[in-house]
Design a protein around this ligand. Structure first.
Ligand SMILES: [Zn+2]
Length: 364
């Protein structure tokens, strides 16, 4: 009898074990704005080809980034494709090409009772984060986007953008009051953010505009705090977090390879935090990708004669704008093995939404 019971409990553990392994509860969606394959290759080269966090991915994919009205996308259209699973026109945020509102994966998660968050190095009203909570046809309509952030279901938002809040609501006190009215605590420093628990929703406005370039460990620290707060608010039922390495793009626009490396390092440190969280918390899927490539970066040999040994390499930019190259997707943790291949950026967004919908990637 004891043997039968032991066998029976083994069978039950096996069955529930399989389900527990397959179920994705937590999703950490990380977007390097402007991060192309050459940006990743540059970091591998700069690290003397030692293993980077990208090399440790459990699985990879590639996405095509073109928008509904332009073969070269902007961050609004690509952010919308990644957040909502639908390609739209450049400058459009969270709406399809006819201007109809789309459900973002964050909004879907909130509907399912999961706490949600965004963490960025730029201002919170910028195109990429806005695609997860706002709906309007102009990424430049910052007053509408600010109001929609305040009215959103977000539990944790960390980044810059205080000036845009003041433009809508008045002085700091008025901003705090407007946020308080809808259940947000206003936090204005990293120390304050570290001190809050998960009892209230948190709007962390750490800068007037951008948190800024070359901000060191900021993105990793902010990711850590957001994970702590979302976990506390989730009661073990899962959460959704979007993290953006926002300023890789700006350094691509400036054709500044060294500054791009610093932004990549900040983003990679945040990815390390997320991957470590996934390792320690089974049921967590980390998806790392880019919205598009910026600068047309290429890594070229200083001498075209390959009969010679290494003659040095240079970082060369082809444009001050965006390029149409495909961008990489790196996957880590639970469910990582089920997203792969070459796909539209909108398809990746739709897959992540489907995971939130089903709690599992079985149906993909
Ligand atoms: Zn850009």
């Amino acid at each position: 009898m004891r043997k039968v019971l032991a066998l029976l409990s083994f069978a039950i553990i096996s069955v529930s074990g399989v389900n527990a392994q397959d179920d994705v509860r937590n999703i950490i969606y990380m977007i390097g704005d402007g991060m192309g394959l050459a940006s990743v290759s540059m970091m591998q080269l700069e690290n003397n080809f030692e293993t980077t966090i990208f090399d440790r991915a459990d699985n990879v994919a590639l996405t095509k980034t073109y928008s509904a009205d332009n073969r070269v996308t902007d961050s609004a259209a690509s952010g919308t494709a990644l957040s909502s699973g639908v390609k739209t026109n450049n400058t459009y945020i969270g709406v399809d090409k006819d201007g109809k509102s789309l459900f973002s994966v964050a909004e879907l998660a909130a509907m399912r009772g999961m706490p949600t968050g965004v963490v960025v190095t730029t201002y919170l009203q910028h195109a990429t984060p806005a695609a997860f909570y706002a709906h309007c046809i102009s990424r430049h309509d910052s007053a509408t986007i600010t109001r929609q952030l305040v009215e959103s279901d977000m539990d944790v938002a960390v980044g810059g953008g205080m000036t845009l809040f003041r433009e809508v609501y008045g002085d700091n006190e008025c901003v705090e009051e407007a946020l308080h009215d809808v259940g947000f605590d206003l936090v204005q420093s990293m120390a304050e953010l570290e001190a809050v628990d998960g009892d209230s929703r948190v709007m962390a406005l750490l800068a007037d505009k951008e948190v800024g370039a070359d901000s060191g460990d900021y993105l990793a620290d902010a990711t850590n705090e957001a994970l702590r707060l979302l976990e506390a608010r989730s009661n073990g039922n899962g959460f959704f977090l979007m993290v953006e390495g926002s300023l890789i793009d700006g350094m691509g626009h400036a054709n500044d390879a060294e500054a791009m490396q610093r932004e990549m390092e900040g983003f990679m440190a945040a990815v390390e935090v997320a991957v470590m969280y996934a390792e320690q918390n089974p049921g967590t899927l980390v998806v790392v990708t880019a919205d598009h490539e910026t600068g047309g970066l290429s890594i070229v040999s200083n001498d075209a004669d390959f009969n010679l040994s290494e003659q040095g390499v240079s970082y060369s930019f082809a444009t001050k704008g965006h390029s149409a190259s495909m961008v990489p997707v790196y996957l880590y943790g639970t469910g990582a093995e089920r997203i792969n291949g070459v796909m539209e950026n909108s398809e990746l967004g739709a897959k992540i939404k489907s995971i939130v919908d089903n709690g599992s990637v079985e149906s993909l």
